[in-house]
Design a protein around this ligand. Structure first.
Ligand code: ZN
Length: 669
């Protein structure tokens, strides 16, 4: 087995598109740019094609490989230690330029709805596999140090939504299940409540299709040179778990030591998207086998509109990604057109990346190998196969199964974890359906925050007693929430949260009137109607007989919680449930978003804080419950910046000043 390269600092890898190196003029400009920013360049990966379309003649790749051989030699001679190839297109990403490029000479992907992809090939046919072996052989013969397989290895979103129901794939399903389906019949059967076994067989076929293709890629590359490292680029489970997502099998089949977890965050229109992407990348890191030790974040500025994403955004999003589990950055920012201006519009970005690198190096050294700490919003990689389908529901777009909803709590300061640890569980919507009774009971023996949809799932399983309440009635209009005098509400007692749920057409915003099923339930909020009349409990806290502390939030807990009173209630209740062990508490009502990576004994690690607002935070007090003997503030260009810090029996209380909008700082243990 090839030993993974263990980074002692952040690996900065630049991805270079085809038009930026194929001609001598373009390459000279690109190489000059990389040399100008040498301290921000550890690794360079050249794309093998200019298109996401699944087929171009092998002759083109032969010519490309010849050019690549020369380009890689130049870079190595210039001191770049790791130079390789990023195979952008294996089966095809989506429908692109189908009227312009040659049509696929092999079976295209077919959706369950009968749509036929114009650009993406079925991964299971022998014709495609022979082509892929030949293509990767050509790339390996060019002599790269590594080869990436890009993230078109998925069975969803290929110009057809859900693939692949071509004759080859229907035949494979018949061979493994003994059941012969036509495409329409299969599509109907997959939606039938009683067909859980068929759904799991279909997902296994998806998983295996990718695993098989990766094994072919690995064999082709190893045949040329066993020393070429391989890497797999992935998309995250929040999009869908349709493609299988058993990273142990995929990375094993490819023999991959390099990983590039990804997701969508392309520009500044929706800046909080960088936090959602960091969590999605964290989930992918949590799925990675140990062999994939080189974990490069997908910094993606596609389609490279140079004013579309600020250099400062890039710095903060990469900081969050490292905090979420990455130890490198795959930088896709140079664009896909020949550099007419010699990258003048990319200078500022590269400079900022170079300035941030010492900070990222320190952050990687402080956190590598550690887990994210905080509440874990429950999810699983086999979600679609595990949850039941009800009559009339869509299997592939299941209602109330969005694993990203709890991010709203991260945005008010609750640290969220990518993988299950000992920091508590969040059950949102119907995700709980994908877990067994035993798994749910084990969760309920510890700290749990949940909404009333999850409570309904627990009630169906006979487990609602562990939450202390049941849903007495659902209400969908005229409701607001009044915080009670319970001491968890502190100074927010009596405040009202009036968010007019009717406005937002969001199924998660229904309100649940809760009813205690056992003594000892504390009521933290009550529903109040628009006439000011008390309706009854909607937020409760309860310690059950297993020792678990359970908070049920029955009134819109995943949106519009960013108001002072609600923020204060949720954070106090969450901290109560973990018995005062939340790793970080932001004491003031400011929009600081935390990401924490800590060792189990809390002596090592870091807590990153993003100012997710357009106001400068002039002063904020933050409490860290950590066992570290010292603490330092770190950020790009702020190493050694002083802060006020005071030891407490449980850790540290620090005062931070002058946190700039959409910038991140780290408190390093
Ligand atoms: Zn197929």
């Amino acid at each position: 087995m090839i030993q993974p390269v263990l980074p002692r600092s952040a690996t900065l890898s630049w991805r270079v598109q085809w038009p930026l190196y194929m001609t001598d003029g373009a390459f000279d400009a690109t190489w000059a740019f990389l040399r100008r920013h040498r301290r921000a360049v550890d690794e360079v990966a050249f794309f093998e094609t200019f298109s996401h379309h699944g087929y171009l003649p092998l002759d083109l790749y032969r010519r490309t490989a010849d050019v690549l051989r020369r380009r890689m030699a130049t870079l190595r001679a210039g001191g770049i230690r790791h130079v390789g190839i990023n195979v952008l297109t294996t089966v095809g990403h989506l429908n692109e330029a189908w009227d312009v490029l040659p049509p696929l000479p092999f079976q295209p992907m077919v959706g369950l709805d009968g749509a036929v992809s114009k650009s993406c090939a079925c991964p299971n046919t022998p014709e495609l596999r022979a082509y892929i072996r030949a293509k990767y052989t050509l790339m390996a013969e060019a002599g790269p140090d590594f080869i990436w397989v890009d993230d078109d290895l998925r069975m969803h979103y290929h110009g057809v939504a859900w693939a692949c129901a071509c004759p080859t794939c229907l035949g494979l399903l018949a061979a493994t299940t003994g059941r012969v389906f036509g495409r329409e019949e299969l599509a109907r059967a997959l939606e039938a409540p009683c067909e859980g076994g068929l759904r799991r067989a279909w997902l296994e076929q998806n998983l295996h299709a990718i695993e098989g293709l990766l094994a072919e890629v690995a064999a082709a590359v190893r045949r040329v040179s066993p020393g070429i490292r391989t890497g797999l680029m992935t998309c995250g489970p929040a999009w869908t778990t349709y493609s299988g997502y058993d990273y142990g099998r995929w990375f094993g089949a490819l023999g991959a030591t390099k990983a590039r977890p990804g997701g969508g965050f392309y520009g500044d229109e929706y800046p909080i998207g960088q936090y959602g992407k960091a969590l999605e990348v964290g989930r992918q890191c949590a799925l990675l086998p140990g062999r994939a030790a080189d974990r490069q974040y997908e910094l993606e500025n596609f389609p490279y509109t140079s004013l579309g994403k600020a250099a400062g955004t890039v710095v903060s999003e990469c900081t969050l990604a490292i905090a979420a589990g990455c130890n490198g950055i795959a930088i896709n920012a140079l664009g896909m057109s020949s550099p007419h201006d010699r990258f003048a519009d990319k200078e500022a970005l590269a400079r900022r990346i170079g300035q941030a690198r010492p900070f990222w190096d320190r952050l990687v050294r402080a956190t590598d190998g550690l887990s994210t700490a905080g509440y874990w919003p429950a999810w699983r990689a086999d979600l679609l196969g595990r949850r039941p389908v009800r009559e009339g529901e869509s299997w592939l777009a299941p209602p109330l199964c969005d694993i990203t909803r709890p991010e709203a709590l991260g945005c008010i300061g609750l640290p969220l974890a990518a993988a299950r640890g000992d920091g508590g569980v969040i059950l949102a919507g119907r995700i709980a359906e994908a877990f067994s009774d035993d798994e749910l009971q084990a969760m309920l023996a510890g700290p749990v925050l949940m909404d009333a949809f999850a409570l309904d799932v627990l009630a169906e399983r006979g487990l609602a007693g562990l939450a202390g309440v049941r849903v007495a009635r659902w209400l969908d209009n005229g409701m607001a929430e009044r915080l009670t005098g319970d001491r968890l509400n502190g100074p927010a007692a009596g405040a009202i949260r009036d968010i007019r749920p009717e406005f937002w057409a969001d199924p998660y915003l229904r309100s649940a009137l809760l009813e205690a099923v056992t003594p000892g339930v504390r009521v933290l909020s009550e529903l109040e109607n628009l006439l000011g009349e008390r309706v009854g409990p909607c937020v409760t806290a309860f310690e059950n007989g297993l020792g678990g502390r359970v908070v049920v939030m029955g009134h819109a807990p995943w949106r519009f919680v960013n108001l002072t009173c609600k923020r204060s209630q949720i954070l106090a209740a969450a901290d109560w449930a973990v018995r005062g062990r939340l790793p970080v508490r932001v004491r003031d009502a400011v929009p600081l978003v935390p990401l924490a990576r800590l060792s189990a004994d809390r002596r090592r690690g870091a807590v990153v804080l993003l100012n997710a607002g357009l106001d400068r935070v002039a002063r904020v007090t933050v409490e860290l419950r950590v066992a570290a003997a010292r603490l330092r503030l770190d950020a790009p260009g702020r190493a050694g910046t002083s802060m006020q810090a005071r030891r407490t029996p449980h850790g540290w209380i620090v005062t931070l000043r002058d946190l700039q909008p959409w910038c991140a700082v780290a408190l390093v243990l």
